[in-house]
Design a protein around this ligand. Structure first.
Ligand code: DAH
Length: 360
């Protein structure tokens, strides 16, 4: 075997036996690096006489280029092998069951809003909306509460500084959902049948009051809507909401500036060992305010009071949720305590509907 044949077989073997890229680089340096064996032979050609050089140079150059080809090939093989090994080791079994993680839940207030909306939707009420930051006019004036009216004091109003130049009277964080009556009536006119669930704000804080809480306002205006309709709608609502056969309501004469006559409504119930039962017993629990919409309110919205009349009501949502789900302290609603939410929360995909049961 000539020395060139030996060089060829030795170095090709070293290349083909390299197990990884580092070993391959080592083999390349030993053959073709500056101090590599083949490089030395190539350099030696310069000192040879022309006859000998003519014989060796083509063979050495061919060896060099063959070796370079072999190194490139081996390199590709090694990269592919490494990739195959990686794919093999990182395999994911998509048929494995999921790992249980903490699951989000629906807040009892959201759940209650969904339930209330489902019940009223079933009775033909649409949903109306309005802004949390209200004008003084929508929150008070249009609801028959002029600037000097004593009812304004009861609202513990948060005022909002206006950034759009000076306003005659500052905007407010809405203190109740009744301004949405005004917005819905001015936008849609009569006849109308809507509820408006949402956040309201009053500067107050104790076990049963938080500065932000939730109400749902109801409004039904048509040619012949009466207190009798109001009574039926509210009884129907209570029966559906508390998921009982019978709900008995008691209407107590009251006063709200935006209704005439006005009534506060109590629900017959019993409290036994801290547990509430609706529809029986000797207790009465106040659950809402209501009445026939005051003509001044209708007129503020451009409604002809010779033709149209109707009722309105306002219910505290947080209180409904506390009663139905046995939650003792209102402030817990807004503490974002995960354990509390896990305990009182609802499954996200169980959307309340009358046909499938409101709360499961
Ligand atoms: N807006 C009242 C409040 O926040 C609740 C209310 C009472 C609304 C009587 C009404 C109503 O629509 O007729 O205290």
């Amino acid at each position: 075997m000539s020395d060139i044949d030996r060089l060829r077989s030795d170095h090709l073997r070293a290349v083909s036996e390299a197990r990884d890229e580092a070993a391959l680089e080592q083999a390349r340096l030993q053959a073709l690096g500056r101090k590599g064996e083949i490089s030395k032979h190539l350099r030696a050609l310069g000192g040879m006489d022309p006859g000998e050089r003519k014989l060796r140079a083509p063979a050495l150059n061919r060896l060099k280029s063959d070796l370079q080809g072999a190194i490139a090939l081996r390199k590709r093989q090694l990269i592919e092998q490494a990739l195959d090994a990686q794919i093999e080791s990182e395999v994911v079994d998509v048929t494995l069951p999921g790992r249980p993680r903490r699951q989000g839940s629906v807040h009892p207030v959201s759940q209650t809003i969904e339930e209330v909306s489902a019940i009223f939707a079933d009775m033909g009420f649409g949903i109306a909306e309005g802004p949390d930051i209200e004008t003084d006019w929508h929150n008070f004036d249009a609801l028959n509460i002029p600037p000097d009216h004593p009812a304004r004091q009861e609202h513990d109003t948060f005022f909002v500084r206006s950034f759009k130049g000076r306003q005659e009277r500052p905007n407010v964080l809405r203190t109740h959902m009744s301004p949405v009556q005004i917005r819905a009536l001015t936008a849609q006119g009569a006849p109308i049948r809507v509820i408006a669930p949402g956040r309201v704000y009053r500067c107050d804080y104790d076990q049963t009051h938080t500065p932000m809480f939730h109400q749902v306002e109801g409004l039904a205006i048509d040619r012949d809507v009466t207190m009798a309709n109001l009574k039926w709608v509210l009884e129907e609502f209570c029966r559906a909401f508390f998921e009982v056969e019978q709900a008995e309501l008691r209407f107590r004469a009251s006063h709200f500036p935006f209704t005439e006559p006005s009534a506060e409504v109590d629900l017959r119930c019993s409290w036994k060992e801290g547990k509430l039962t609706v529809g029986e017993g000797d207790d009465w629990m106040e659950i809402l305010g209501s009445g026939m919409v005051h003509p001044n309110v209708l007129e503020a919205c451009g409604i002809d009071t010779d033709v149209h009349q109707g009722f309105a009501f306002g219910i505290g949502i947080d209180r409904l949720a506390m009663l139905k789900y046995g939650i003792p302290d209102l402030r817990d609603f807004f503490d974002s305590n995960l354990e509390w939410l896990e305990h009182y929360g609802f499954l996200p995909l169980d959307v309340p509907a009358l046909h499938s049961g409101l709360s499961r």
